[in-house]
Ligand binder design. Structure first.
Ligand SMILES: Cc1cc2nc3c(=O)[nH]c(=O)nc-3n(C[C@H](O)[C@H](O)[C@H](O)COP(=O)(O)OP(=O)(O)OC[C@H]3O[C@@H](n4cnc5c(N)ncnc54)[C@H](O)[C@@H]3O)c2cc1C
Length: 438
């Protein structure tokens, strides 16, 4: 595992013959859904093709933030932060969540304009965010270079430890009665009379009437085999762990071109902020017009590349029958190659902002495939065309922070209960142009 210290408790429960609910995918979306279902006494089984949290959910920066979120998903993000604050006590685990606050720092006119607008938005949304001048920044973040003249600090945002949070949540789900099986790819679903009747895995079939697809970057492929078109593209995010003996703040800090977060293991997770690789794949062409508006606003942050993912997806079958080995078994863990220049730039930009990082020693680097929807908001809800089928996916680079909220919401929707937030912004059918049969 390129991600340092990923906890691997090991989940090898034998597959039961039946379950009330089957969850596909052991990232934060699937695990928190299983956790809240198990807590409510539902008989839930989670199948993970590789290892719990080995894809995006352990590779992220570990930021848990509400600042800068789309207003449509802000209530979910706030609900999620509330859950993070209590999750360790509630389930007897240690996710590493700390309410440290998060600060953005500005150097250029464009950054100042961006974060000043965010402050207005935060104020209107009732967030405890404050704009800081140079003196305020020096006080909050001692050692920051003088060219950073404005900061935006949100006191109740925080951070957690991706390499341990989701494995620990999965262990808690098992203690509450969930069944979790790793190395168990789901190949597809069975229906009877138009609604879900079972889930076919590489290890056998589970009879069930409810299935939650939480397959991260694989959700589009999985649903495509069912004739459902979920508009989702992948972006390659690169990050690294460094060590430094310098006196650097504990709080996560983001500038226009760097980010860092103190880790509980003493190092820092760093990245070049606003920089991702967009692999050119067949889906880039199929979904070009769906993503065009996003592309037009964020093209400066993207490097289009023909790379290993291009080759992999060109060769990947898009249709299979349930007795065939699927791409989910062929690729147990999506482990893309990091884009090394981003990490070099991150160290350089970081050191410019905080000269105490001059002694930074890079110990690990890794990448993860971020799954994105055209409006950068996830789908959390039923797929009306297939009664009993639900989707929780498309978290567009911020699903770690909103994961517990998403899990709670999905569990409530599956149980047909009153929901903690309005689920309307997360409807699958909002992609009505594409939600037709593929
Ligand atoms: C570099 C990077 C930095 C990020 N930083 C942040 C951050 O600071 N804050 C934040 O909030 N978010 C961040 N994110 C985004 C966040 O990590 C994701 O939004 C979130 O983890 C998505 O969770 P998920 O459960 O949907 O997907 P994943 O974690 O990718 O999990 C999906 C799982 O489904 C499994 N699966 C797929 N198909 C099948 C199948 N057929 N059968 C069985 N299992 C299957 C996969 O193996 C995988 O384990 C970052 C992401 C990256 C890559």
């Amino acid at each position: 595992m390129p991600v340092p210290n990923l906890q691997r408790p090991g989940f090898a429960a034998p597959l039961p013959e039946s379950a009330d609910v089957v969850v596909i995918g052991g990232g934060i979306a699937g695990v928190t859904t299983a956790l809240f279902l198990a807590e409510a006494g539902v008989n839930v089984v989670l199948c993970e093709k590789g290892t719990i949290a080995a894809e995006q959910s352990s590779r992220n920066w570990g930021w848990v933030r509400q600042m800068g979120r789309d207003p449509k998903e802000l209530p979910l993000t706030i609900e999620s932060l509330n859950l993070w604050r209590d999750i360790d006590r509630r389930f007897g685990i240690e996710t590493g969540f700390r309410e440290t606050g998060i600060t953005y720092v500005c150097r250029t006119k464009a950054e100042i304009a961006e974060f000043t607008a965010w402050e207005k938005y935060g104020r209107e949304a009732g967030m405890p965010s404050t704009l800081l001048d140079s003196a305020g920044l020096q006080k909050l973040l001692p050692g920051i270079a003088a060219q950073y003249t404005l900061g935006l600090h949100t006191a109740n945002d925080g951070r957690a430890e991706p390499e341990r949070a989701v494995p620990q949540m999965a262990s808690a789900a098992v203690r509450l009665g969930a069944t979790i099986t790793e190395n168990c790819a789901v190949r597809g679903i069975e229906t009877a009379g138009g609604r879900i009747s079972g889930v076919v895995t590489e290890k056998g079939t589970i009879a069930t009437s409810s299935v939650v697809v939480a397959a991260g970057a694989w959700s589009r492929l999985f649903l495509g085999n069912l004739g459902l078109d979920f508009p989702q593209l992948k972006l390659l995010g690169t990050a690294a762990r460094i060590e430094s003996d310098g006196a650097v703040p504990d709080m996560p800090v983001g500038g226009g071109d760097f980010s860092f977060r103190k880790r509980l293991d003493g190092g820092y997770t760093i990245a070049q902020r606003n920089a991702n690789v967009a692999p050119v794949t067949p889906d880039s062409f199929r979904l070009f017009f769906d993503f065009l508006p996003t592309l037009m606003t964020s093209w400066r942050e993207l490097k289009l590349r023909v790379n290993g993912q291009t080759v992999s997806e060109l060769k990947m079958p898009r249709r299979w029958s349930l007795d065939q080995v699927t791409p989910f078994e062929a690729i147990r863990t999506l482990d893309p190659v990091p884009h090394a220049p981003f990490n070099r730039n991150a160290v350089r930009n970081l050191t410019r902002a905080f000269p105490a990082f001059a002694d930074a020693r890079l110990t690990h680097s890794w990448a993860g495939m971020i799954d994105a929807t055209p409006d950068a908001i996830p789908v959390i809800g039923p797929i009306a065309a297939v009664p009993g089928l639900y989707l929780s996916s498309g978290f567009s680079g911020h699903g770690f922070g909103s994961g517990p909220g998403a899990g709670r919401l999905m569990a409530e929707i599956v149980r047909n209960e009153k929901t903690c937030v309005d689920p309307a912004p997360f409807r699958y059918e909002r992609f009505s142009k594409t939600a037709k049969a593929a």
